[in-house]
Design a protein around this ligand. Structure first.
Ligand code: ATP
Ligand code: TZP
Ligand code: MG
Ligand code: MG
Length: 270
Protein backbone atom coordinates (compact mmCIF):
# COMPACT_ATOMS: atom_id res chain seq x y z
CA UNK A 1 0.00 0.00 0.00
CA UNK A 2 2.92 2.39 0.67
CA UNK A 3 3.90 2.17 -3.00
CA UNK A 4 0.28 2.74 -4.02
CA UNK A 5 0.15 5.88 -1.90
CA UNK A 6 3.30 7.15 -3.62
CA UNK A 7 1.83 6.51 -7.06
CA UNK A 8 -1.47 8.19 -6.15
CA UNK A 9 0.42 11.30 -5.00
CA UNK A 10 2.32 11.24 -8.29
CA UNK A 11 -1.00 10.96 -10.16
CA UNK A 12 -2.36 14.02 -8.33
CA UNK A 13 0.76 16.00 -9.30
CA UNK A 14 0.66 14.80 -12.93
CA UNK A 15 -3.07 15.17 -13.50
CA UNK A 16 -3.47 18.43 -11.51
CA UNK A 17 -7.19 17.70 -10.93
CA UNK A 18 -9.69 20.52 -10.64
CA UNK A 19 -11.19 20.42 -7.12
CA UNK A 20 -14.42 22.42 -6.82
CA UNK A 21 -14.89 23.57 -3.22
CA UNK A 22 -18.00 25.04 -1.66
CA UNK A 23 -16.39 25.71 1.69
CA UNK A 24 -16.41 28.07 4.66
CA UNK A 25 -15.18 31.65 4.87
CA UNK A 26 -12.60 30.82 7.58
CA UNK A 27 -10.51 28.41 5.52
CA UNK A 28 -11.02 29.42 1.88
CA UNK A 29 -7.58 30.90 1.19
CA UNK A 30 -5.69 28.23 3.16
CA UNK A 31 -7.58 25.48 1.34
CA UNK A 32 -6.80 26.94 -2.09
CA UNK A 33 -3.11 27.34 -1.20
CA UNK A 34 -2.90 23.85 0.27
CA UNK A 35 -4.40 22.26 -2.85
CA UNK A 36 -2.03 24.23 -5.08
CA UNK A 37 0.95 23.24 -2.95
CA UNK A 38 -0.02 19.57 -3.21
CA UNK A 39 -0.38 19.74 -6.99
CA UNK A 40 -4.14 20.04 -7.47
CA UNK A 41 -6.08 22.92 -8.99
CA UNK A 42 -8.60 24.56 -6.62
CA UNK A 43 -11.69 26.52 -7.57
CA UNK A 44 -14.28 28.04 -5.25
CA UNK A 45 -17.65 28.65 -6.97
CA UNK A 46 -20.73 29.30 -4.84
CA UNK A 47 -23.30 31.11 -6.98
CA UNK A 48 -26.39 29.01 -7.73
CA UNK A 49 -26.10 30.28 -11.33
CA UNK A 50 -22.76 28.44 -11.84
CA UNK A 51 -22.37 25.79 -9.11
CA UNK A 52 -23.85 22.92 -11.17
CA UNK A 53 -21.85 23.78 -14.29
CA UNK A 54 -18.56 24.04 -12.37
CA UNK A 55 -19.20 20.73 -10.59
CA UNK A 56 -19.88 19.00 -13.92
CA UNK A 57 -16.36 19.78 -15.22
CA UNK A 58 -14.47 19.21 -11.95
CA UNK A 59 -12.39 16.19 -10.92
CA UNK A 60 -14.14 16.25 -7.54
CA UNK A 61 -16.54 18.39 -5.51
CA UNK A 62 -15.94 19.19 -1.81
CA UNK A 63 -18.91 20.36 0.29
CA UNK A 64 -17.97 21.92 3.64
CA UNK A 65 -20.69 23.24 5.95
CA UNK A 66 -18.40 25.33 8.20
CA UNK A 67 -20.15 28.69 7.74
CA UNK A 68 -23.53 27.69 6.38
CA UNK A 69 -25.99 30.07 4.76
CA UNK A 70 -29.25 29.24 2.98
CA UNK A 71 -27.82 30.25 -0.47
CA UNK A 72 -24.76 28.05 0.16
CA UNK A 73 -27.01 25.08 0.95
CA UNK A 74 -28.93 25.69 -2.29
CA UNK A 75 -25.65 25.83 -4.24
CA UNK A 76 -24.39 22.64 -2.53
CA UNK A 77 -27.50 20.72 -3.57
CA UNK A 78 -27.28 21.95 -7.18
CA UNK A 79 -23.56 21.21 -7.38
CA UNK A 80 -23.91 17.83 -5.64
CA UNK A 81 -26.67 16.61 -7.93
CA UNK A 82 -24.77 17.77 -11.01
CA UNK A 83 -21.61 16.02 -9.76
CA UNK A 84 -23.62 12.80 -9.27
CA UNK A 85 -25.03 13.05 -12.82
CA UNK A 86 -21.54 13.54 -14.28
CA UNK A 87 -19.72 10.86 -12.26
CA UNK A 88 -17.74 13.43 -10.24
CA UNK A 89 -16.99 12.21 -6.67
CA UNK A 90 -18.48 14.32 -3.88
CA UNK A 91 -16.65 14.67 -0.54
CA UNK A 92 -18.46 16.01 2.54
CA UNK A 93 -16.98 17.77 5.59
CA UNK A 94 -19.80 18.09 8.16
CA UNK A 95 -18.04 20.86 10.14
CA UNK A 96 -19.74 21.40 13.49
CA UNK A 97 -22.50 18.80 12.94
CA UNK A 98 -24.06 18.35 16.36
CA UNK A 99 -23.28 21.90 17.51
CA UNK A 100 -26.55 23.35 16.20
CA UNK A 101 -29.71 21.81 14.79
CA UNK A 102 -29.21 23.63 11.46
CA UNK A 103 -25.77 22.11 10.98
CA UNK A 104 -26.85 18.60 11.97
CA UNK A 105 -29.95 18.65 9.79
CA UNK A 106 -28.13 20.15 6.80
CA UNK A 107 -25.31 17.59 7.01
CA UNK A 108 -27.84 14.74 7.19
CA UNK A 109 -29.92 16.19 4.35
CA UNK A 110 -26.85 16.51 2.08
CA UNK A 111 -25.81 12.93 2.86
CA UNK A 112 -29.31 11.76 1.96
CA UNK A 113 -29.92 13.83 -1.18
CA UNK A 114 -26.46 13.46 -2.71
CA UNK A 115 -24.49 10.29 -3.34
CA UNK A 116 -21.35 10.93 -1.27
CA UNK A 117 -18.03 9.24 -2.16
CA UNK A 118 -16.38 10.01 1.19
CA UNK A 119 -16.99 11.93 4.41
CA UNK A 120 -14.23 13.32 6.65
CA UNK A 121 -14.74 14.84 10.07
CA UNK A 122 -13.82 14.67 13.70
CA UNK A 123 -15.41 11.99 15.90
CA UNK A 124 -18.23 14.23 17.13
CA UNK A 125 -19.20 15.36 13.62
CA UNK A 126 -19.28 11.81 12.28
CA UNK A 127 -21.23 10.57 15.31
CA UNK A 128 -23.83 13.31 14.98
CA UNK A 129 -24.35 12.86 11.26
CA UNK A 130 -24.72 9.10 11.79
CA UNK A 131 -27.29 9.50 14.58
CA UNK A 132 -24.99 8.74 17.54
CA UNK A 133 -24.22 10.88 20.60
CA UNK A 134 -20.85 12.69 20.92
CA UNK A 135 -20.29 16.09 22.49
CA UNK A 136 -19.01 18.91 20.29
CA UNK A 137 -17.79 22.40 21.27
CA UNK A 138 -18.34 24.67 18.24
CA UNK A 139 -16.35 22.92 15.51
CA UNK A 140 -14.05 20.90 17.82
CA UNK A 141 -14.75 17.38 19.08
CA UNK A 142 -14.76 17.00 22.86
CA UNK A 143 -12.35 14.26 24.05
CA UNK A 144 -14.01 10.95 24.88
CA UNK A 145 -12.89 7.42 25.62
CA UNK A 146 -15.39 5.99 23.11
CA UNK A 147 -13.88 3.90 20.29
CA UNK A 148 -13.56 5.83 17.02
CA UNK A 149 -12.83 2.64 15.07
CA UNK A 150 -16.24 1.15 15.93
CA UNK A 151 -17.90 4.51 15.28
CA UNK A 152 -16.30 4.84 11.83
CA UNK A 153 -17.44 1.35 10.79
CA UNK A 154 -20.98 1.99 12.05
CA UNK A 155 -21.14 5.37 10.26
CA UNK A 156 -19.79 3.89 7.01
CA UNK A 157 -22.49 1.20 7.09
CA UNK A 158 -25.31 3.59 8.02
CA UNK A 159 -24.33 6.26 5.51
CA UNK A 160 -23.16 3.76 2.89
CA UNK A 161 -19.97 5.62 2.10
CA UNK A 162 -16.28 5.83 2.99
CA UNK A 163 -15.88 7.49 6.39
CA UNK A 164 -12.72 9.11 7.78
CA UNK A 165 -12.58 10.10 11.44
CA UNK A 166 -9.49 12.15 12.21
CA UNK A 167 -7.84 13.10 15.49
CA UNK A 168 -4.82 11.76 17.36
CA UNK A 169 -5.35 8.56 15.36
CA UNK A 170 -7.12 8.58 11.97
CA UNK A 171 -9.53 5.83 10.96
CA UNK A 172 -10.82 5.39 7.42
CA UNK A 173 -13.22 2.63 6.45
CA UNK A 174 -15.87 1.50 4.01
CA UNK A 175 -17.44 -0.60 6.78
CA UNK A 176 -15.58 -3.74 5.74
CA UNK A 177 -11.98 -2.66 5.18
CA UNK A 178 -10.31 -0.24 7.59
CA UNK A 179 -7.05 1.69 7.72
CA UNK A 180 -5.84 3.05 11.06
CA UNK A 181 -3.26 5.77 10.52
CA UNK A 182 -0.79 7.11 13.08
CA UNK A 183 0.58 10.06 11.10
CA UNK A 184 -0.07 13.73 11.95
CA UNK A 185 1.09 16.12 14.66
CA UNK A 186 -0.65 17.90 17.57
CA UNK A 187 0.26 21.30 16.02
CA UNK A 188 -2.45 20.58 13.42
CA UNK A 189 -5.03 21.22 16.16
CA UNK A 190 -3.65 24.78 16.53
CA UNK A 191 -4.25 25.72 12.89
CA UNK A 192 -7.80 26.51 11.86
CA UNK A 193 -8.69 24.78 8.64
CA UNK A 194 -6.23 21.92 9.11
CA UNK A 195 -9.18 19.53 8.96
CA UNK A 196 -10.97 21.39 6.16
CA UNK A 197 -7.86 21.43 3.98
CA UNK A 198 -7.46 17.71 4.62
CA UNK A 199 -11.00 17.09 3.36
CA UNK A 200 -10.14 18.95 0.15
CA UNK A 201 -6.95 16.88 -0.12
CA UNK A 202 -9.21 13.79 0.05
CA UNK A 203 -11.05 15.43 -2.87
CA UNK A 204 -7.79 15.74 -4.84
CA UNK A 205 -6.99 12.04 -4.35
CA UNK A 206 -10.59 10.96 -5.10
CA UNK A 207 -10.30 12.79 -8.42
CA UNK A 208 -7.51 10.41 -9.50
CA UNK A 209 -8.57 7.13 -7.78
CA UNK A 210 -12.03 5.61 -8.00
CA UNK A 211 -11.44 3.29 -5.03
CA UNK A 212 -12.41 6.00 -2.55
CA UNK A 213 -11.19 4.03 0.47
CA UNK A 214 -7.69 3.93 -1.03
CA UNK A 215 -7.96 7.56 -2.13
CA UNK A 216 -8.94 8.74 1.36
CA UNK A 217 -6.29 6.61 3.07
CA UNK A 218 -3.60 7.95 0.71
CA UNK A 219 -4.74 11.52 1.38
CA UNK A 220 -4.65 11.07 5.15
CA UNK A 221 -1.22 9.41 5.12
CA UNK A 222 0.30 12.01 2.76
CA UNK A 223 -1.13 14.92 4.74
CA UNK A 224 -0.14 13.53 8.14
CA UNK A 225 3.38 12.81 6.88
CA UNK A 226 3.73 16.33 5.44
CA UNK A 227 2.57 17.68 8.81
CA UNK A 228 5.27 15.68 10.61
CA UNK A 229 7.95 17.08 8.27
CA UNK A 230 6.59 20.60 8.84
CA UNK A 231 6.51 20.16 12.62
CA UNK A 232 10.12 18.98 12.68
CA UNK A 233 11.17 22.28 11.12
CA UNK A 234 8.92 24.64 13.10
CA UNK A 235 7.97 23.01 16.43
CA UNK A 236 10.17 25.39 18.42
CA UNK A 237 8.53 28.43 16.81
CA UNK A 238 4.83 27.52 16.97
CA UNK A 239 1.57 27.31 14.97
CA UNK A 240 2.15 30.36 12.73
CA UNK A 241 5.39 29.03 11.27
CA UNK A 242 3.95 25.50 11.21
CA UNK A 243 0.96 26.61 9.12
CA UNK A 244 3.21 28.05 6.41
CA UNK A 245 5.64 25.12 6.58
CA UNK A 246 2.74 22.69 6.09
CA UNK A 247 2.14 24.28 2.67
CA UNK A 248 5.85 23.90 1.85
CA UNK A 249 5.85 20.25 2.88
CA UNK A 250 2.65 19.42 0.95
CA UNK A 251 4.64 20.63 -2.05
CA UNK A 252 7.87 18.77 -1.24
CA UNK A 253 6.73 15.51 0.39
CA UNK A 254 8.08 12.68 -1.79
CA UNK A 255 8.23 8.89 -2.10
CA UNK A 256 11.26 8.59 0.14
CA UNK A 257 9.51 10.59 2.91
CA UNK A 258 6.31 8.55 2.58
CA UNK A 259 8.11 5.22 2.64
CA UNK A 260 10.04 6.29 5.75
CA UNK A 261 7.40 8.18 7.79
CA UNK A 262 4.03 6.72 6.87
CA UNK A 263 2.57 4.58 9.64
CA UNK A 264 -0.70 2.70 9.29
CA UNK A 265 -2.30 -0.71 9.42
CA UNK A 266 -5.08 -2.35 7.48
CA UNK A 267 -7.85 -4.76 8.63
CA UNK A 268 -10.57 -6.54 6.73
CA UNK A 269 -13.63 -7.91 8.50
CA UNK A 270 -15.44 -10.79 6.78
P1 ATP B 1 -11.29 19.45 15.09
O1 ATP B 1 -12.08 20.63 14.67
O2 ATP B 1 -11.91 18.56 16.14
O3 ATP B 1 -9.85 19.82 15.41
P2 ATP B 1 -10.66 18.97 12.38
O4 ATP B 1 -11.75 18.99 11.40
O5 ATP B 1 -9.80 20.18 12.50
O6 ATP B 1 -11.21 18.54 13.80
P3 ATP B 1 -8.66 17.06 12.91
O7 ATP B 1 -9.31 15.88 13.52
O8 ATP B 1 -7.96 18.03 13.79
O9 ATP B 1 -9.72 17.81 12.00
O10 ATP B 1 -7.71 16.48 11.78
C1 ATP B 1 -6.88 17.28 10.96
C2 ATP B 1 -5.49 16.64 10.93
O11 ATP B 1 -4.91 16.77 12.23
C3 ATP B 1 -5.48 15.15 10.64
O12 ATP B 1 -4.37 14.90 9.78
C4 ATP B 1 -5.25 14.49 12.00
O13 ATP B 1 -4.54 13.28 11.88
C5 ATP B 1 -4.41 15.54 12.68
N1 ATP B 1 -4.49 15.53 14.14
C6 ATP B 1 -5.53 15.99 14.90
N2 ATP B 1 -5.26 15.84 16.21
C7 ATP B 1 -4.04 15.28 16.29
C8 ATP B 1 -3.18 14.86 17.38
N3 ATP B 1 -3.55 15.03 18.64
N4 ATP B 1 -1.98 14.30 17.07
C9 ATP B 1 -1.60 14.14 15.80
N5 ATP B 1 -2.34 14.53 14.72
C10 ATP B 1 -3.54 15.09 14.97
N1 TZP C 1 -15.73 28.12 12.44
C1 TZP C 1 -16.54 27.78 11.46
S1 TZP C 1 -15.77 26.91 10.24
C2 TZP C 1 -14.30 26.95 11.08
C3 TZP C 1 -14.45 27.66 12.26
C4 TZP C 1 -13.39 27.96 13.24
C5 TZP C 1 -13.07 26.30 10.56
C6 TZP C 1 -12.94 24.90 11.06
O1 TZP C 1 -11.84 24.28 10.47
P1 TZP C 1 -11.29 22.86 10.94
O2 TZP C 1 -10.49 22.41 9.79
O3 TZP C 1 -12.47 21.98 11.18
O4 TZP C 1 -10.46 23.09 12.18
MG1 MG D 1 -8.38 20.36 14.04
MG1 MG E 1 -13.24 20.25 10.88
Amino acid sequence: MKQEICSLLQKVREQNPLVHNITNVVVTNFTANGLLALGASPVMAYAKEEAAEMASIAGSLVLNIGTLTAPAVEAMLLAGKSANEHGVPVILDPVGAGATTYRTETARMLAKEISIAAIRGNAAEIANIAGEEWEIKGVDAVESNKDTRDLAVLAAKRLNTVVSITGKEDVVTNGLETFVIANGHPLLTKVTGAGCLLTSVVGAFAAVEKNYLKAAAAALVTYGSAAQLAAKKTEAKGPGSFQIELLNQLHHVNDEDLLRISSFNYHRKE
